[in-house]
Design a binder for this molecule. Structure first.
Ligand SMILES: [Zn+2]
Length: 428
């Protein structure tokens, strides 16, 4: 399987099955319900895991939860609540909302708060090796000591602006690994440099190593994390002598009205709102329609289209199978094996729906989590009611037909009258 690697800027052949393929993906910072754009890496990397497993790989997916961060302190102060309490609440929202996508969960979801000893030990190693220095209770990474800095993002280290201006730094490019406790921060941990808390970037270096050891195959996350977050993760882990990630996969950003959806811009729609309005099937079809590396536009119009595509698939699954010629499973597999090209795979799903290939369609829809469980066949009682209703309609007795339709719906099924006759499918 070929996958585009952001580090070497080309498609790279994965090692042959069974691998292993160890994937570390940056998850959300938890301080409010996640937005629909945050759902993209969650969905894309779970899909990749499912596809690799389908192809015989041994895959382990780790997706962290950032529960110590400047944004959490700010949001907690705004809500007049404790930062640990807010992070715990927002973690529950994240789990609830992503659970409702129906894709299952990553294998491990580490928390920064559960990784403090490993974070402190890694910072100590960097200080010993000359890659970091203490300054008034803060510890900073010495960017000038790492010649490869900027390789991932392609930026010239000398042109990089200061990430967080501070007089405590030797060089404006340096970034914080440990931050001394401030008056407005209501959580802190003990360290060789006094009470404080970790910086965001070192949390991921330590969590990835805690789960996988010093190296792993793939690191993923949103394109907006490539600089500085991922550049800094590489500098930290490789500065400490670890090989770290072999390749990097960055998903494209979700855009609302042509602008990146972000909490700081305030133009956000939560995953919860979209789940309530359109349901998980429509969300998954929506994301399938764009290549994982491309930007994707969000609007009610595209969500309506995705929902009608989803309903079309659900109906096609319940239509009588036909044997008109169409694309093979191998053709479908080839689209995913070439840099996980889901828009092409989606085109094949439509072809299967149109040509009555319900078993191939069902297999692919289950792979993407769009339908779950074995194919649903209406029970005999529902079939009998559908038949009676059809006869009533043919006889012009629409009152009886309407009553029977309500009875069918009360049993959890819907009936639709097509040219070929009535078609029945689950209500949800
Ligand atoms: Zn991260």
């Amino acid at each position: 399987m070929l996958l585009y690697d952001s580090l070497t800027r080309q498609k790279v052949e994965l090692p042959p099955p069974p691998g292993p393929i160890r994937m570390y993906v940056c998850g959300p910072t938890v301080y409010q319900r996640i937005h629909i754009g945050n759902a993209r890496p969650y969905i894309v990397f779970l899909w990749m895991k499912r596809w690799l497993e389908e192809q015989g790989y041994d895959v382990k997916l780790v997706e962290n939860i950032t529960d110590i961060n400047d944004k959490i302190y700010a949001a907690a102060a705004h809500r007049k609540m404790g930062s640990a309490e807010l992070a715990a609440q927002a973690t529950r929202w994240y789990i609830e909302d992503t659970d409702d996508l129906g894709l299952g969960r990553p294998d491990v979801e580490p928390l920064a708060t559960e990784t403090i000893p490993e974070i402190v030990a890694l910072i100590e190693e960097l200080v010993e090796r000359g890659f970091a220095y203490e300054s008034s209770g803060d510890v900073y990474y010495r960017v000038g000591a790492f010649p490869d800095y900027g390789r991932l993002s392609g930026a010239d280290p000398d042109e990089m602006v200061a990430q967080e201006p501070s007089d405590l730094k030797e060089d404006p490019r340096d970034f914080a690994l440990w931050k001394a406790n401030k008056a407005h921060e209501d959580t802190s941990w003990d360290s060789p440099w006094g009470l404080g808390r970790p910086g965001w970037h070192i949390e991921c270096s330590a969590m990835a190593e805690k789960c996988f050891g010093p190296e792993f195959e793939l690191h993923g996350g949103g394109l907006d994390l490539r600089f500085p977050h991922h550049e800094n993760e590489i500098a930290q882990s490789q500065g400490a002598g670890r090989p770290f990630a072999h390749m990097w996969a960055h998903n494209g950003m979700l855009q609302l009205d042509q602008e990146k959806m972000s909490k700081s811009l305030g133009n956000i729609v939560s995953l919860r709102e979209v789940l309530d309005a359109y349901g998980p099937g429509a969300i998954l079809v929506y994301f399938l329609g764009a290549h994982w590396r491309s930007p994707i536009d969000y609007s009610d119009v595209v969500m309506e289209q995705a929902r009608s595509q989803f309903r079309g698939f659900a109906e096609a699954l319940l239509s009588p199978p036909q044997s008109r010629p169409s694309a093979t499973w191998d053709a479908f597999a080839a689209t995913l094996d070439d840099d996980f090209n889901t828009p092409e795979a989606l085109a094949i799903l439509h072809e299967w729906a149109a040509s009555g290939q319900s078993s191939l369609l069902g297999r692919a829809l289950r792979l993407f989590g769009i339908v779950s469980g074995p194919p649903r066949v209406p029970p005999d009682e529902v079939r009998r009611l559908v038949e009676e209703r059809h006869e009533a309609r043919m006889a012009g007795d629409f009152e009886t037909a309407d009553r029977l339709r309500q009875e069918i719906e009360s049993l959890g099924w819907r009936v639709k009258d097509e040219l070929v006759g009535p078609v029945v499918f689950p209500r949800t």
